[in-house]
Ligand binder design. Sequence first.
Ligand code: NAD
Length: 540
Amino acid sequence: MSAQNPTPSGGPVVDGPHDPEHDPRASYALEPDYTAALTARLVATSGRSAEARSPLDDAPLAHIPQSTADDVAEAYARARRAQVAWARTSLDHRSAVLLRLHDLILDRQDEVIDLIQLESGKARKHAFDEPLHVALTARYYARTAHQHLDTRRKIGVVPGLTRVELNRIPKGVVGIISPWNYPFTMALCDGLPALLAGNAVVAKPDHQTMLSALLAAQLLEEAGFPKDLWQVVAGPGTQIGPEMIQRSDYICFTGSTATGRIIAKGCAERLIGCSLELGGKNPLLVLRDADLERAAEGAVRASFSNAGQLCVSMERLFVADQVYDRFVERFVARTESMTLGATMEWGNDMGTLISQQQLDTVTAHVEDAVAKGARVLAGGNARPDLGPYFYEPTILEGVDPEMTCFGTETFGPVVSLYRFHDEADAIARANAGQYGLNASIYSRDGDRARSIARQIKCGTVNINEAFAATFASLDAPMGGMRESGMGRRQGAEGILRYTETQSVATQRLLRFAPQFGMSDEGYAKVMTANLRLMKKLGRP
Ligand code: NAD
């Protein structure tokens, strides 16, 4: 790989230490000045740092300074000061800044994608999904700001005399704790509606992907958000998380169900709200009338996008008996023809897993299934020849409840195939287990598919598409039922969660007490007559 210089600004990526004679794989490094400028944004005075390495080649990327409890307190103090001034700005001003961010992210997408790839090891086309999703989010909320946040009239108790208005008051400082799998979009997209609603944010990204999140913070400032409005802290979630909960007015968490429970308990203790976007074991249904080419293409994206490290990706495929063999033939052929590579060029269909821990989990799930009798139809092997944490896209058949991957989220490129005879059975099996994040249905009959969707216990259901149709339809809420989460991102729910409602009622003329010498009993009679009249008039 020759030196890359892909960014308009000169580019952060340079050749890594590399001996092509002994190792033909690419190797990458970052300009030290570039990483220093990013990490300077952290509130981190401990003097300690954590080394970040790229999963592409295991080469060192940067040293990330670590935050102390005092640093977290300082980040909240700065954010709180900035929030007061920010909440006084007009909604039009905030929307305009969001639209500038939209343009900036599209203009600087090469730099963003480079950094995402270096930190996460995902294929370039999957890294592109991140600036794409953030730009969509910025535009959607900028253009719908008034719809969500304007003061609204509500029905007053006495028509004409009681004027009621509903205000949306920002919560204050929102803590955002995010995972590594979509480091740029997960760090940023939940925060944009928080800022638009007049809040400040303190973000704690995952330790494996701090640089992408720090670039996000830099782009926010370049777009015109006040510098202190978005703070970033670094360190282990178990240490930094509780410090954040103690100081936040609301917590937005994305990550595993196990950590989500800990966050929910902490927020309950402080009586603050939280939204939790958690894990899944998502089902995809191929009905007997499905377009099989389309279903097979969708199943590949559904199962192997970002090497399966995607909360909404599919790990269980239920296929109608009548089309099972024909679907499987197409799905296996498409999977086997995928281009794999831990490089930064366009053209790869799948990149690497992010870490040894991810590789261990994926390997363990497949080995356990095979040892208990599952058959491997495609993949099934680690690929150290491609990268240290590389694993092939893998299709399993004959998975049963004794096997770990039957009901436990793998969060990797492993999918199990199940045959079904009737749709009621498929729906029941899709609904089994504790999760309820995302589902997908392939059928030529839209009405039937939508009717089945209503019976699936998932927060989003995509028909004739893997996951992007709901994920990118920003006006519709996205999130999990059951143990896949609480609350929703996107749409009205995605922004209103960051506000308190305030009802203001202005009363004219009439008082809610006896007037003009009326007795209490007389007042009660007049009010009773009024109630009957209002009902007759059809008032709500
Ligand atoms: P994780 O829960 O281990 O970590 C997520 C974040 O929480 C990280 O920033 C981590 O540092 C922090 N954290 C860990 N322990 C904490 C604690 N005690 N207090 C506060 N913060 C803490 O999750 P992960 O394994 O890194 O991420 C993968 C999981 O995230 C999968 O289960 C996946 O399905 C889920 N996920 C869900 C969505 C969604 O939108 N529903 C999106 C992406 C990932």
